[in-house]
Design a protein around this ligand. Sequence first.
Ligand code: ME8
Length: 474
Amino acid sequence: MADKFYLTTPIFYPNAKLHLGHAYVVTLSDIIARYHRLVSDKTYFLTGSDENTQKIIKPAELEGKTPQEFLDEKVESFRSLFTALNISYDQFIRTTDQKVHWPGAQMLWSKLVEAGDIYKKEYEGLYCVGHEAFITDKELVDGKCPDHGTVPERIKEENYFFRLSKYTDAITQKIESGELAIVPETREREILSLLREGLQDVSFSRPRNTNSVGIPVPGDDTQVIYVWCDALANYITALGYGQDETLFKEFWPADVHIVGKDILRFHAAIWPGMLLSAGIPLPKKILVHGMVLSGGKKMSKTLGNVIDPEELLTEYGTDAVRYYLARHISPFEDGDITREHFKDAYNANLANGLGNLASRIMQLAQTHLTEPVKLTFTPYPKGYTDALEKFEVNRASDMVWERIKALDTSITQSQPFKVVKEDLERGRELIAELVRELAAIDLLLEPFMPETSKKIIEAIMANKKPENLFPRKD
Ligand code: ME8
Protein backbone atom coordinates (compact mmCIF):
# COMPACT_ATOMS: atom_id res chain seq x y z
CA MET A 1 0.00 0.00 0.00
CA ALA A 2 1.22 3.46 -0.80
CA ASP A 3 2.24 5.73 2.07
CA LYS A 4 3.29 9.30 2.42
CA PHE A 5 7.00 10.00 2.42
CA TYR A 6 8.50 13.28 3.56
CA LEU A 7 12.25 13.76 3.18
CA THR A 8 14.53 16.72 3.71
CA THR A 9 18.11 17.76 2.95
CA PRO A 10 20.11 20.16 5.11
CA ILE A 11 19.49 23.78 4.19
CA PHE A 12 22.69 25.24 2.81
CA TYR A 13 24.63 28.34 3.78
CA PRO A 14 24.70 30.88 0.99
CA ASN A 15 28.06 32.40 1.90
CA ALA A 16 29.98 30.19 -0.53
CA LYS A 17 29.51 28.20 -3.71
CA LEU A 18 28.12 24.70 -3.35
CA HIS A 19 30.68 21.97 -3.90
CA LEU A 20 30.57 18.29 -4.63
CA GLY A 21 29.69 17.40 -1.02
CA HIS A 22 26.51 19.44 -1.29
CA ALA A 23 25.81 17.91 -4.70
CA TYR A 24 26.18 14.53 -3.02
CA VAL A 25 23.56 15.03 -0.33
CA VAL A 26 20.96 16.46 -2.72
CA THR A 27 21.56 13.69 -5.27
CA LEU A 28 21.33 10.97 -2.64
CA SER A 29 18.10 12.55 -1.41
CA ASP A 30 16.76 12.84 -4.94
CA ILE A 31 17.35 9.15 -5.66
CA ILE A 32 15.49 8.25 -2.49
CA ALA A 33 12.64 10.65 -3.39
CA ARG A 34 12.36 9.27 -6.92
CA TYR A 35 12.33 5.71 -5.63
CA HIS A 36 9.46 6.50 -3.28
CA ARG A 37 7.49 8.13 -6.07
CA LEU A 38 8.10 5.03 -8.23
CA VAL A 39 6.54 2.79 -5.61
CA SER A 40 3.63 5.24 -5.50
CA ASP A 41 4.29 6.82 -2.12
CA LYS A 42 2.94 10.33 -1.84
CA THR A 43 6.31 12.01 -1.64
CA TYR A 44 7.31 15.48 -0.50
CA PHE A 45 10.94 16.51 -0.93
CA LEU A 46 12.26 19.63 0.77
CA THR A 47 15.53 21.48 0.34
CA GLY A 48 16.56 25.09 0.86
CA SER A 49 18.97 27.71 2.14
CA ASP A 50 19.99 28.81 5.62
CA GLU A 51 20.24 32.53 5.14
CA ASN A 52 20.02 34.34 8.45
CA THR A 53 23.74 34.55 8.91
CA GLN A 54 26.07 37.47 9.36
CA LYS A 55 28.64 35.61 7.31
CA ILE A 56 27.20 37.03 4.11
CA ILE A 57 27.52 40.68 5.06
CA LYS A 58 31.23 41.02 4.27
CA PRO A 59 31.22 39.01 1.02
CA ALA A 60 28.19 41.03 -0.13
CA GLU A 61 30.04 44.28 0.59
CA LEU A 62 33.10 43.04 -1.27
CA GLU A 63 30.97 42.35 -4.33
CA GLY A 64 29.28 45.73 -3.97
CA LYS A 65 25.88 44.18 -3.40
CA THR A 66 23.19 44.57 -0.80
CA PRO A 67 22.78 41.49 1.40
CA GLN A 68 19.46 40.77 -0.30
CA GLU A 69 20.95 40.95 -3.81
CA PHE A 70 23.81 38.76 -2.70
CA LEU A 71 21.47 36.17 -1.19
CA ASP A 72 19.15 36.15 -4.20
CA GLU A 73 22.06 35.49 -6.53
CA LYS A 74 23.46 32.70 -4.39
CA VAL A 75 20.07 31.06 -4.09
CA GLU A 76 19.65 31.31 -7.86
CA SER A 77 23.00 29.55 -8.28
CA PHE A 78 21.88 26.78 -5.88
CA ARG A 79 18.72 26.28 -7.83
CA SER A 80 20.53 26.18 -11.13
CA LEU A 81 22.96 23.57 -9.80
CA PHE A 82 20.00 21.51 -8.59
CA THR A 83 18.37 21.82 -12.00
CA ALA A 84 21.58 20.69 -13.67
CA LEU A 85 21.62 17.66 -11.34
CA ASN A 86 17.94 16.99 -12.13
CA ILE A 87 16.88 17.28 -8.48
CA SER A 88 13.13 16.81 -8.19
CA TYR A 89 12.51 18.81 -5.01
CA ASP A 90 8.96 19.91 -4.26
CA GLN A 91 9.91 22.98 -2.28
CA PHE A 92 12.95 25.19 -1.78
CA ILE A 93 12.67 27.01 1.52
CA ARG A 94 14.55 30.22 2.26
CA THR A 95 14.86 31.16 5.92
CA THR A 96 14.79 34.85 4.98
CA ASP A 97 11.27 34.30 3.70
CA GLN A 98 9.25 36.29 6.19
CA LYS A 99 5.94 34.87 4.96
CA VAL A 100 6.77 31.19 4.74
CA HIS A 101 9.37 30.72 7.46
CA TRP A 102 9.25 33.38 10.16
CA PRO A 103 5.76 32.95 11.60
CA GLY A 104 6.30 29.20 12.10
CA ALA A 105 9.72 29.66 13.70
CA GLN A 106 8.23 32.23 16.07
CA MET A 107 5.32 29.92 16.84
CA LEU A 108 7.76 27.14 17.70
CA TRP A 109 9.64 29.54 19.98
CA SER A 110 6.38 30.42 21.74
CA LYS A 111 5.63 26.74 22.32
CA LEU A 112 9.01 26.30 24.00
CA VAL A 113 8.21 29.32 26.17
CA GLU A 114 4.81 27.86 27.07
CA ALA A 115 6.50 24.62 28.10
CA GLY A 116 8.68 26.64 30.48
CA ASP A 117 11.82 25.68 28.60
CA ILE A 118 13.15 29.11 27.66
CA TYR A 119 14.93 31.20 30.30
CA LYS A 120 17.17 34.24 30.28
CA LYS A 121 20.72 34.04 31.46
CA GLU A 122 23.76 36.23 31.43
CA TYR A 123 26.45 34.59 29.44
CA GLU A 124 30.10 35.41 29.28
CA GLY A 125 32.39 33.81 26.82
CA LEU A 126 34.82 34.00 23.95
CA TYR A 127 33.07 34.98 20.78
CA CYS A 128 34.55 34.21 17.37
CA VAL A 129 33.17 36.52 14.70
CA GLY A 130 34.11 34.05 11.94
CA HIS A 131 32.11 31.26 13.58
CA GLU A 132 29.38 33.63 14.73
CA ALA A 133 29.50 31.58 17.88
CA PHE A 134 31.13 31.26 21.25
CA ILE A 135 34.15 29.05 21.36
CA THR A 136 35.81 27.51 24.37
CA ASP A 137 39.31 28.07 25.76
CA LYS A 138 40.14 24.49 24.88
CA GLU A 139 39.52 25.08 21.19
CA LEU A 140 42.00 27.98 20.94
CA VAL A 141 45.42 27.53 19.43
CA ASP A 142 47.93 30.17 20.60
CA GLY A 143 45.00 32.18 21.85
CA LYS A 144 43.43 32.23 18.39
CA CYS A 145 40.53 30.50 16.70
CA PRO A 146 42.19 27.69 14.72
CA ASP A 147 39.74 28.06 11.82
CA HIS A 148 39.90 31.82 11.44
CA GLY A 149 43.27 32.73 12.94
CA THR A 150 41.70 35.58 14.86
CA VAL A 151 41.69 36.40 18.56
CA PRO A 152 38.15 35.95 19.87
CA GLU A 153 36.45 38.74 21.81
CA ARG A 154 35.43 38.23 25.41
CA ILE A 155 31.83 39.31 25.58
CA LYS A 156 29.13 39.28 28.15
CA GLU A 157 25.55 39.25 27.04
CA GLU A 158 22.09 38.25 28.06
CA ASN A 159 20.66 35.42 26.03
CA TYR A 160 17.68 33.18 26.13
CA PHE A 161 18.55 29.57 26.77
CA PHE A 162 16.67 26.39 25.92
CA ARG A 163 16.41 23.76 28.64
CA LEU A 164 17.78 20.93 26.51
CA SER A 165 19.21 19.19 29.59
CA LYS A 166 15.66 18.32 30.64
CA TYR A 167 15.22 16.11 27.58
CA THR A 168 18.32 13.92 27.78
CA ASP A 169 16.38 10.89 29.04
CA ALA A 170 13.38 11.32 26.77
CA ILE A 171 15.60 11.62 23.66
CA THR A 172 17.65 8.60 24.73
CA GLN A 173 14.47 6.59 25.15
CA LYS A 174 13.14 7.60 21.72
CA ILE A 175 16.41 6.57 20.07
CA GLU A 176 16.79 3.33 21.99
CA SER A 177 13.22 2.30 21.26
CA GLY A 178 13.78 2.98 17.55
CA GLU A 179 11.00 5.57 17.43
CA LEU A 180 13.71 7.93 16.28
CA ALA A 181 16.06 5.82 14.21
CA ILE A 182 19.58 7.06 13.51
CA VAL A 183 21.07 5.36 10.47
CA PRO A 184 23.73 3.89 10.27
CA GLU A 185 24.16 2.24 13.65
CA THR A 186 27.64 3.65 14.19
CA ARG A 187 26.09 7.12 14.25
CA GLU A 188 23.37 5.95 16.59
CA ARG A 189 26.01 4.67 19.01
CA GLU A 190 27.87 7.96 18.72
CA ILE A 191 24.81 9.98 19.66
CA LEU A 192 23.82 7.60 22.48
CA SER A 193 27.23 7.96 24.05
CA LEU A 194 26.89 11.74 23.84
CA LEU A 195 23.50 11.45 25.53
CA ARG A 196 25.00 9.37 28.33
CA GLU A 197 27.16 12.37 29.24
CA GLY A 198 23.97 14.43 29.55
CA LEU A 199 22.96 17.35 27.33
CA GLN A 200 23.67 20.96 28.27
CA ASP A 201 21.20 23.79 27.89
CA VAL A 202 21.84 25.77 24.72
CA SER A 203 21.92 29.43 23.88
CA PHE A 204 18.87 30.15 21.72
CA SER A 205 19.07 33.88 21.03
CA ARG A 206 21.48 36.75 20.43
CA PRO A 207 21.12 40.42 21.31
CA ARG A 208 20.00 42.41 18.33
CA ASN A 209 22.63 44.85 17.09
CA THR A 210 22.98 47.05 14.05
CA ASN A 211 24.30 44.22 11.91
CA SER A 212 21.74 41.72 13.12
CA VAL A 213 20.02 39.48 10.71
CA GLY A 214 17.36 37.07 11.71
CA ILE A 215 14.02 36.46 13.24
CA PRO A 216 12.95 38.65 16.19
CA VAL A 217 12.26 36.81 19.44
CA PRO A 218 8.50 36.98 20.03
CA GLY A 219 7.78 39.55 22.71
CA ASP A 220 11.38 40.79 22.96
CA ASP A 221 12.60 43.03 20.17
CA THR A 222 16.04 43.32 21.72
CA GLN A 223 16.85 39.71 20.80
CA VAL A 224 16.94 37.64 17.63
CA ILE A 225 16.50 33.89 17.40
CA TYR A 226 19.85 32.11 17.14
CA VAL A 227 20.39 29.29 14.63
CA TRP A 228 18.58 26.36 16.23
CA CYS A 229 15.04 27.64 16.43
CA ASP A 230 15.57 29.27 13.03
CA ALA A 231 17.38 26.75 10.80
CA LEU A 232 16.03 23.51 12.26
CA ALA A 233 12.50 24.89 12.25
CA ASN A 234 12.57 24.95 8.43
CA TYR A 235 11.51 21.32 8.33
CA ILE A 236 8.11 22.23 9.77
CA THR A 237 7.67 25.84 8.65
CA ALA A 238 7.99 24.63 5.05
CA LEU A 239 4.85 22.57 5.69
CA GLY A 240 2.96 25.59 6.97
CA TYR A 241 3.43 24.92 10.69
CA GLY A 242 1.74 27.70 12.65
CA GLN A 243 -0.06 28.94 9.52
CA ASP A 244 -1.97 26.90 6.97
CA GLU A 245 -1.21 23.44 8.30
CA THR A 246 -2.62 21.35 5.45
CA LEU A 247 0.78 20.06 4.36
CA PHE A 248 1.96 19.77 7.95
CA LYS A 249 -0.96 17.49 8.79
CA GLU A 250 -0.38 15.43 5.70
CA PHE A 251 3.39 15.01 5.83
CA TRP A 252 4.72 15.51 9.36
CA PRO A 253 6.52 13.65 10.96
CA ALA A 254 9.37 13.55 8.47
CA ASP A 255 10.12 10.06 7.26
CA VAL A 256 13.77 10.96 6.99
CA HIS A 257 16.05 13.95 7.53
CA ILE A 258 19.15 13.40 5.42
CA VAL A 259 22.19 15.15 6.90
CA GLY A 260 25.98 14.98 6.91
CA LYS A 261 27.82 13.72 9.97
CA ASP A 262 28.94 17.30 10.67
CA ILE A 263 25.43 18.25 11.76
CA LEU A 264 24.35 14.99 13.38
CA ARG A 265 24.37 16.38 16.93
CA PHE A 266 22.04 19.24 16.05
CA HIS A 267 19.58 16.93 14.39
CA ALA A 268 19.73 14.05 16.85
CA ALA A 269 19.84 16.04 20.09
CA ILE A 270 18.77 19.70 19.84
CA TRP A 271 16.00 19.17 17.27
CA PRO A 272 14.31 16.26 19.08
CA GLY A 273 14.57 18.22 22.33
CA MET A 274 12.77 21.17 20.77
CA LEU A 275 10.06 18.97 19.29
CA LEU A 276 9.49 17.14 22.57
CA SER A 277 9.19 20.47 24.35
CA ALA A 278 6.70 21.77 21.79
CA GLY A 279 4.68 18.54 21.82
CA ILE A 280 5.37 17.85 18.13
CA PRO A 281 6.04 14.26 16.98
CA LEU A 282 9.68 13.43 16.24
CA PRO A 283 10.99 12.60 12.76
CA LYS A 284 11.09 8.86 12.14
CA LYS A 285 14.64 8.65 10.89
CA ILE A 286 17.83 10.58 10.47
CA LEU A 287 20.12 9.32 7.74
CA VAL A 288 23.67 10.43 8.43
CA HIS A 289 25.98 10.34 5.44
CA GLY A 290 29.75 10.69 5.37
CA MET A 291 31.93 13.31 3.78
CA VAL A 292 33.09 13.26 0.18
CA LEU A 293 36.86 13.49 0.06
CA SER A 294 39.20 13.82 -2.88
CA GLY A 295 42.22 11.55 -2.96
CA GLY A 296 41.61 10.71 0.70
CA LYS A 297 41.75 14.36 1.78
CA LYS A 298 39.25 17.04 2.52
CA MET A 299 38.77 19.16 -0.59
CA SER A 300 40.63 22.41 -0.18
CA LYS A 301 41.81 25.19 -2.43
CA THR A 302 45.39 24.96 -1.13
CA LEU A 303 45.60 21.25 -1.91
CA GLY A 304 44.11 21.93 -5.32
CA ASN A 305 41.84 18.90 -5.06
CA VAL A 306 38.50 20.70 -5.11
CA ILE A 307 36.12 19.24 -7.67
CA ASP A 308 33.49 21.61 -8.95
CA PRO A 309 30.21 19.80 -9.65
CA GLU A 310 29.46 22.19 -12.50
CA GLU A 311 32.67 21.28 -14.26
CA LEU A 312 31.86 17.58 -14.07
CA LEU A 313 28.31 18.22 -15.24
CA THR A 314 29.52 20.15 -18.27
CA GLU A 315 32.10 17.56 -19.21
CA TYR A 316 30.17 14.35 -18.52
CA GLY A 317 26.48 15.23 -18.23
CA THR A 318 23.91 14.98 -15.47
CA ASP A 319 23.40 11.24 -15.33
CA ALA A 320 27.11 10.45 -15.30
CA VAL A 321 27.52 12.61 -12.19
CA ARG A 322 24.43 11.08 -10.58
CA TYR A 323 25.75 7.62 -11.43
CA TYR A 324 29.09 8.27 -9.75
CA LEU A 325 27.60 9.76 -6.61
CA ALA A 326 25.09 6.93 -6.29
CA ARG A 327 27.31 3.96 -6.91
CA HIS A 328 30.84 4.93 -6.02
CA ILE A 329 30.18 6.67 -2.72
CA SER A 330 28.77 4.82 0.26
CA PRO A 331 25.86 6.64 1.87
CA PHE A 332 27.12 5.68 5.32
CA GLU A 333 30.84 6.30 5.19
CA ASP A 334 33.25 8.86 3.86
CA GLY A 335 33.55 8.60 0.10
CA ASP A 336 36.16 9.61 -2.39
CA ILE A 337 36.28 11.18 -5.81
CA THR A 338 39.14 12.10 -8.08
CA ARG A 339 38.94 13.15 -11.72
CA GLU A 340 40.87 10.02 -12.76
CA HIS A 341 38.59 7.67 -10.89
CA PHE A 342 35.54 9.45 -12.22
CA LYS A 343 36.76 9.04 -15.80
CA ASP A 344 37.66 5.37 -15.30
CA ALA A 345 34.27 4.61 -13.75
CA TYR A 346 32.55 6.51 -16.57
CA ASN A 347 34.38 4.69 -19.34
CA ALA A 348 34.07 1.24 -17.78
CA ASN A 349 30.47 1.34 -16.60
CA LEU A 350 28.71 3.93 -18.72
CA ALA A 351 30.52 4.17 -22.07
CA ASN A 352 31.53 0.48 -22.30
CA GLY A 353 28.85 -0.75 -19.91
CA LEU A 354 25.34 0.57 -20.07
CA GLY A 355 25.74 2.76 -23.18
CA ASN A 356 27.35 0.06 -25.25
CA LEU A 357 24.84 -2.57 -24.13
CA ALA A 358 21.81 -0.46 -25.02
CA SER A 359 23.26 0.39 -28.38
CA ARG A 360 24.26 -3.24 -29.20
CA ILE A 361 20.82 -4.57 -28.37
CA MET A 362 18.86 -1.85 -30.09
CA GLN A 363 21.06 -2.11 -33.18
CA LEU A 364 20.07 -5.78 -33.41
CA ALA A 365 16.42 -4.99 -32.74
CA GLN A 366 16.32 -2.21 -35.31
CA THR A 367 17.94 -4.43 -37.95
CA HIS A 368 16.04 -7.65 -37.39
CA LEU A 369 12.70 -6.94 -35.75
CA THR A 370 9.79 -5.57 -37.73
CA GLU A 371 8.05 -3.89 -34.83
CA PRO A 372 8.77 -2.78 -31.23
CA VAL A 373 8.88 -5.56 -28.66
CA LYS A 374 5.75 -5.75 -26.53
CA LEU A 375 6.66 -5.19 -22.92
CA THR A 376 5.05 -6.46 -19.77
CA PHE A 377 5.69 -4.85 -16.42
CA THR A 378 8.21 -6.74 -14.34
CA PRO A 379 7.97 -6.15 -10.57
CA TYR A 380 10.96 -4.61 -8.85
CA PRO A 381 13.31 -7.29 -7.49
CA LYS A 382 13.09 -7.58 -3.72
CA GLY A 383 16.83 -7.08 -3.17
CA TYR A 384 16.60 -3.79 -5.03
CA THR A 385 13.61 -2.40 -3.14
CA ASP A 386 15.05 -3.62 0.18
CA ALA A 387 18.30 -1.80 -0.53
CA LEU A 388 16.52 1.42 -1.47
CA GLU A 389 14.19 1.25 1.53
CA LYS A 390 17.37 1.18 3.62
CA PHE A 391 18.90 4.08 1.63
CA GLU A 392 21.62 1.78 0.26
CA VAL A 393 21.69 3.39 -3.16
CA ASN A 394 25.17 2.05 -3.88
CA ARG A 395 24.03 -1.54 -3.26
CA ALA A 396 20.89 -1.06 -5.36
CA SER A 397 22.93 0.33 -8.25
CA ASP A 398 25.46 -2.52 -7.93
CA MET A 399 22.56 -4.89 -8.52
CA VAL A 400 21.62 -3.04 -11.68
CA TRP A 401 25.18 -3.26 -12.97
CA GLU A 402 25.34 -6.97 -12.20
CA ARG A 403 22.39 -7.41 -14.54
CA ILE A 404 24.03 -5.20 -17.15
CA LYS A 405 27.12 -7.43 -17.04
CA ALA A 406 25.04 -10.59 -17.17
CA LEU A 407 23.11 -9.35 -20.16
CA ASP A 408 26.33 -8.45 -21.96
CA THR A 409 27.65 -11.95 -21.33
CA SER A 410 24.45 -13.53 -22.55
CA ILE A 411 24.72 -11.69 -25.89
CA THR A 412 28.24 -12.95 -26.33
CA GLN A 413 27.15 -16.49 -25.52
CA SER A 414 23.87 -16.73 -27.41
CA GLN A 415 25.24 -14.92 -30.51
CA PRO A 416 21.92 -13.62 -31.81
CA PHE A 417 23.68 -11.90 -34.73
CA LYS A 418 24.66 -15.39 -36.03
CA VAL A 419 21.43 -17.13 -35.07
CA VAL A 420 19.27 -14.71 -37.13
CA LYS A 421 21.14 -15.77 -40.23
CA GLU A 422 20.55 -19.46 -39.58
CA ASP A 423 17.07 -19.42 -38.09
CA LEU A 424 15.30 -16.07 -38.42
CA GLU A 425 12.46 -16.86 -36.02
CA ARG A 426 14.70 -18.15 -33.27
CA GLY A 427 17.06 -15.23 -33.79
CA ARG A 428 14.20 -12.78 -33.48
CA GLU A 429 12.95 -14.41 -30.30
CA LEU A 430 16.46 -14.19 -28.82
CA ILE A 431 16.68 -10.49 -29.68
CA ALA A 432 13.23 -9.80 -28.25
CA GLU A 433 14.32 -11.45 -25.02
CA LEU A 434 17.37 -9.21 -24.86
CA VAL A 435 15.18 -6.16 -25.41
CA ARG A 436 12.84 -7.27 -22.63
CA GLU A 437 15.72 -7.67 -20.18
CA LEU A 438 17.09 -4.28 -21.25
CA ALA A 439 13.68 -2.77 -20.48
CA ALA A 440 13.59 -4.49 -17.10
CA ILE A 441 17.03 -3.11 -16.26
CA ASP A 442 16.00 0.29 -17.54
CA LEU A 443 13.12 0.42 -15.10
CA LEU A 444 15.57 0.01 -12.24
CA LEU A 445 17.72 2.85 -13.53
CA GLU A 446 14.94 5.39 -13.21
CA PRO A 447 15.67 6.79 -9.73
CA PHE A 448 19.39 7.03 -10.46
CA MET A 449 19.49 8.22 -14.05
CA PRO A 450 16.04 9.46 -15.00
CA GLU A 451 17.03 11.00 -18.36
CA THR A 452 18.99 7.98 -19.54
CA SER A 453 16.22 5.69 -18.41
CA LYS A 454 13.75 7.70 -20.48
CA LYS A 455 15.96 7.69 -23.58
CA ILE A 456 16.41 3.93 -23.45
CA ILE A 457 12.73 3.15 -23.00
CA GLU A 458 11.88 5.54 -25.84
CA ALA A 459 14.38 3.76 -28.08
CA ILE A 460 12.82 0.43 -27.16
CA MET A 461 9.33 1.68 -27.91
CA ALA A 462 10.43 3.10 -31.25
CA ASN A 463 12.50 -0.02 -32.05
CA LYS A 464 15.43 2.24 -32.78
CA LYS A 465 19.03 2.48 -31.69
CA PRO A 466 19.40 5.33 -29.13
CA GLU A 467 21.81 8.21 -29.67
CA ASN A 468 25.29 7.63 -28.27
CA LEU A 469 24.40 7.86 -24.57
CA PHE A 470 27.89 7.99 -23.08
CA PRO A 471 30.66 8.82 -25.55
CA ARG A 472 34.05 7.44 -24.47
CA LYS A 473 36.41 9.93 -22.87
CA ASP A 474 40.16 9.78 -23.42
O1 ME8 B 1 25.68 23.06 7.91
N1 ME8 B 1 30.94 15.83 1.75
O2 ME8 B 1 25.01 24.08 5.95
P1 ME8 B 1 26.20 23.76 4.94
C1 ME8 B 1 29.66 15.46 1.83
N2 ME8 B 1 23.16 25.39 7.21
N3 ME8 B 1 28.68 16.30 2.20
C2 ME8 B 1 29.01 17.54 2.52
C3 ME8 B 1 30.33 18.01 2.48
C4 ME8 B 1 31.34 17.08 2.07
N4 ME8 B 1 32.62 17.40 1.95
N5 ME8 B 1 30.32 19.29 2.84
C5 ME8 B 1 29.03 19.63 3.10
C6 ME8 B 1 24.93 23.77 7.29
N6 ME8 B 1 28.24 18.57 2.90
C7 ME8 B 1 23.66 24.30 7.95
C8 ME8 B 1 22.68 23.14 8.05
S1 ME8 B 1 20.25 22.16 8.55
C9 ME8 B 1 18.88 22.66 9.39
C10 ME8 B 1 21.38 23.49 8.69
C11 ME8 B 1 26.77 18.50 3.03
O3 ME8 B 1 25.99 24.61 3.76
C12 ME8 B 1 26.40 17.65 4.23
O4 ME8 B 1 25.12 17.11 4.02
O5 ME8 B 1 27.51 23.81 5.63
C13 ME8 B 1 26.40 18.68 5.34
O6 ME8 B 1 25.66 18.24 6.46
C14 ME8 B 1 25.77 19.86 4.65
O7 ME8 B 1 26.27 19.79 3.31
C15 ME8 B 1 26.17 21.17 5.32
O8 ME8 B 1 25.89 22.25 4.48
